[in-house]
Write a protein that binds this ligand. Structure first.
Ligand code: KG4
Ligand code: ZN
Length: 339
């Protein structure tokens, strides 16, 4: 039996701790500073870092209690070293070093995106090699080609050239007068709306466009202009139609490109993770298109889609089982870590 791995995540506004052994989740806890950022309409780095300082020890304690374990049971510590907000990452990495040093156990640095992909293994077991992963959240829109997570570097197929998909939802929600975070608010507002009511653009889907890159800032502007026209036209905002049409445009672009990437690389499994994977239309359309293309779709439950410590522990566990070398105790954070 392998060691119990404690995973720590603090790259953005969630402080997460998770415990994994031999691919199995033992317990996890997460605390979010989202409410503290709500009045600013987005994550404020300084507030996020301070919130991690407050939340980290309680979150580790809660995860241990849920697993029925104590610090003495920890055999390794894994922590997100990047990418993410520098100050926020520093808090998690400093805590992980202190715990690893105090317990005399190895420390493993984990790439945040590898964590997102590995999250699904805690729900559905080992990933097939190869598979394609689409990570869509407030901070990322990344299409990845994944082989063996512990041994092979992840191949970055494409990314957003401007806003992340979740950021687009968050910003448009603000213009629509909906609360932050905007994604769930738009999802709710779209119920009963007509997804064909407004012909929003499908950016970077033309024949000459780069196939795996995304762009959502033009869509955000189009949605803001539409809202403005409705208001000045005096008709009021047919919110359900606008929200459903925006959601349709985002879901269409995301799933079209993800399925095309699977086909182009002869891959038969798509992993969909990140906060936006919780979107009802994104999930449904991904399901329909994957089924039509003979692709197996793997989407973990919502708590594993968003930032958490269990996914970081899952990567640490894979690294240990692959015999990877631990990180030195002076490992630094890498806010703009490449894959
Ligand atoms: O993964 P996550 O919790 O944090 C990071 O950004 O890393 O993702 C949060 C993002 C936010 O932009 C939020 O609006 C979006 O995920 N989101 C959704 C839904 N639930 C969360 N977007 C669309 N529909 C949802 N149901
Ligand atoms: Zn994330």
């Amino acid at each position: 039996m392998g060691p119990v791995v404690l995973g720590i995540e603090s790259s953005c506004d969630e402080t997460g701790a998770g415990l994994v052994r031999d691919g199995r989740l033992l317990g996890h806890a997460v605390s979010s500073s989202m409410d503290e950022h709500a009045r600013y309409g987005g994550v404020v780095p300084e507030i996020a870092a301070r919130a991690h300082v407050h939340a980290l020890a309680p979150v580790v304690r809660e995860a241990l209690a849920l697993a029925g374990l104590t610090m003495r049971d920890i055999g390794a510590v894994a922590v997100t070293t990047g990418p993410g907000l520098s100050g926020a990452l520093q808090v998690g990495v400093a805590a992980a070093k202190a715990l690893a040093y105090a317990r005399g156990v190895p420390l493993y640095g984990v790439h945040h995106l590898a964590g997102h992909v590995a999250a699904d293994t805690l729900e559905h077991g080992p990933l097939p090699d190869p598979c394609v992963a689409l990570i869509v959240s407030g901070g990322h829109t990344s299409l990845l080609l994944v082989r063996d997570l512990a041994r092979d570097p992840i191949v970055h197929l494409g990314d957003t050239l401007d806003d992340a998909a979740g950021e687009c939802f968050d910003k448009v929600a603000r213009v629509f007068g909906l609360p932050y975070p905007g994604g769930p608010a738009i999802d709710r507002a779209a119920r009963g709306g007509d997804p064909r009511a407004v012909a929003f653009p499908r950016p970077l889907t033309g024949p000459g466009d780069t196939p795996w890159a995304f762009s959502f800032s033009g869509l955000k502007t189009a949605a803001a202009r539409w809202a403005e026209r409705q208001r000045t036209g005096g008709a009021g905002l047919p919110l359900a139609d606008g929200a459903a049409s925006l959601q349709e445009a985002v879901a269409d672009v995301l799933t079209r490109k993800a399925v095309a990437a699977c086909r182009a690389h002869a891959v038969d499994t798509l992993v969909l993770v990140g906060g936006v994977a919780a979107n009802s239309r994104v999930r449904n359309l991904a399901g329909e298109r994957c089924a039509a293309a003979g692709i197996t779709l793997r989407v973990p439950p919502p708590w594993l889609c968003t930032d958490n410590g269990a996914m970081i522990a899952a990567v640490g566990d894979l690294l240990i089982r692959a015999g990877a070398a631990p990180a030195p105790l002076d490992v630094s954070v890498d806010p703009s870590a490449p894959l």
